[in-house]
Design a protein around this ligand. Sequence first.
Ligand code: COA
Ligand code: AMP
Length: 653
Amino acid sequence: MTSEIHHTQSVGRYRDVFRRSVEDPESFWLEATMQIDWDAAPTRAVDDSNAPLYRWFPDGVLNTSYNCLDRHVAAGFGDRPALIHDAPLAPEGQQRTAYTYAELTEDVARCAGMLRAAGVNAGDRVVVYLPMIPAAAITMLACARLGAVHSMVFGGFAPKELAARIDDAQPTAVVTATGGVEPTRRIEYLPAVAEALRLATHRVEAVVVKHRDGFETAVADVSAQSAPTHWLDWDDAITQADAVAPVPVRATDPLYILYTSGTTGAPKGVVRDHGGHAVALRWSMENIYDVGPGQVMFTASDVGWVVGHSYIVYAPLLAGATSILYEGKPVGTPDAGAFWRLIEEYGVRSFFTAPTALRAVRKTDPDGLLREGRDLSSLKTLFVAGERLDPETQRWAADLLGVPVVDNWWQTETGWPIGANPVGLEPLPIKEGSCTVPSPGYAVEVLDALGKPVGPGEEGNICLKLPMAPGNLPTLWGNDQRFIDSYLTAFDGYYATGDSGYIDDDGYLFVMGRTDDVINVSGHRLSTGALEQALASHPAVAECAVIGLDDQLKGQRPFGYVVLKSGVEVPGSGSTAEEELLAQLRATVRESVGAVADFKEVAIVEALPKTRSGKILRKTMRQLAQGDEMKVPSTIEDATVLDALAPILRRAR
Ligand code: COA
Ligand code: AMP
């Protein structure tokens, strides 16, 4: 089934634009380049000379930070708010900081000067381990200004994961802060950074630390462990730094690396280029998110995730809009009315969050009492992504807010929606359970296991016909072959998204779930492989399996099942010894992957069901645990193992 729109009801404009984007991508995207300022404007859109590796705008030269900042100042909009940091947990008087375009340009130029003085030049990498504070956006844009490549790491990851990213990206510098603030605790970042530097084999030249009040660890406590790395204080260094002008780079040069979970424990370094990214994101702002210059977008995600990269930092600024950087939670900071407060206070036009965040708000305030009395008339659309939007949450939010609730489906790899309701271009009727239609630029097809297109309504592998749209990953960092093997080999001529789903008679796309062992917890993508690797590192564990089970709040939750090594005895279920071991197993995952894994459920079992070739039947375990229709493969080695496991798996429901 291909992504052709069949019905004509209200789909005139979208249909024409979509058709042109896939039939003549060259002229479609060259036209879109007009929205970007170039040092050398591209004369070609896509370079297919090295297929299946494609490059966008091969002869274009630009600077992304110039496009996000300086050009708006030059156009006379220096006084317009660019970024507003809203931090409800900060001390009185520090809860709101607003930057105009002129101020943000100045700070980014100085930050670029600071990084250059620390040894960072065009092409060098900078690992950024920062919470949701302005320094995060400033550092990203400063790297872009220098032509350096940033790699953000979410604060919920453990030192081992940070070290793995440092070793893969080989950064010249790490930028961090003394800590991050969670509703229930303060998270000290410096010990984690020092530990990651100790674990990594790569030597980092400099660590820049943004000091925040209220954290215990000082640079002096940790810097000696990581000699000869220089530790710099952000505030001192930035005051002494010169402002740096934007460095022109090729459109095909890397802007950032963002690591994401694959099916194995080794994270994949998704690369984003400058040119395709700027063109696609700029285009998406007006056509999908319906936000233009001077309008306000609030994306409640984290800058450590792709949604944060694209729609907290780059896209709103490329469009000359105002972006809200919210260092808070959907609930508990201080209450479930936080989102509504922000929308009213800042006049938000487009609000973007994850379904899990809405479910958290709904659980706490099901009748929306905290929305009462708020003037939300600025709000035109609520966008959600990160996981499937369940119809109940969609209805609840639409009733509460009185605006369309628009699902959009994408991945770290694509950088912007593969499927969405193109509200800015032409609002299409919403169908529950569907992310609406393929975005212009994405030739979406649903293929069976042999690579043949399936019929309308039939589920299969959702694939993107090559070349993928601009802004999508050109490769994995330093590893073209892994990129080809992971995404481009299963279906010749296509990128395999790893998601399954179908396209209905009207051309609407329904994304149903992953085809691999990637799970989605609170809108965060996790690899069960990485969790298993952590569990397996415990000395008592012989083998293990982690599966993701449906969860009413978080979408999915990871459940671990471990078989102990022979000779390791645990007396009886519920015994203190067993509880201690289970606590150790949870702690092992937390130490190894991080709090973000949210790994709380683990059980000791006698054996795991396997095929005769030794493959653990995770899918069958999941079906059994959830009470779904179960298909036991004929290749199962010993069906009695599954029978014995059944009561334990059912307990997870
Ligand atoms: N740094 C360090 N630790 C972090 C962290 C960060 N930036 N973010 C989360 N954590 C920790 C939490 O403190 C928690 O630790 P705990 O086990 O000690 O309590 C753990 O990671 C899990 O946190 P979280 O996933 O946030 O679960 P929660 O139960 O605290 O909150 C929600 C549930 C739904 C409110 C929350 O997950 C949420 O806001 N989700 C939205 C996610 C989102 O916007 N995703 C964007 C994808 S587009
Ligand atoms: P990430 O790369 O972390 O953004 O995770 C991407 C994965 O999350 C996708 O491959 C999907 O499995 C899932 N996902 C994201 N958005 C949606 C959505 N709107 N509907 C269904 N699944 C989604």
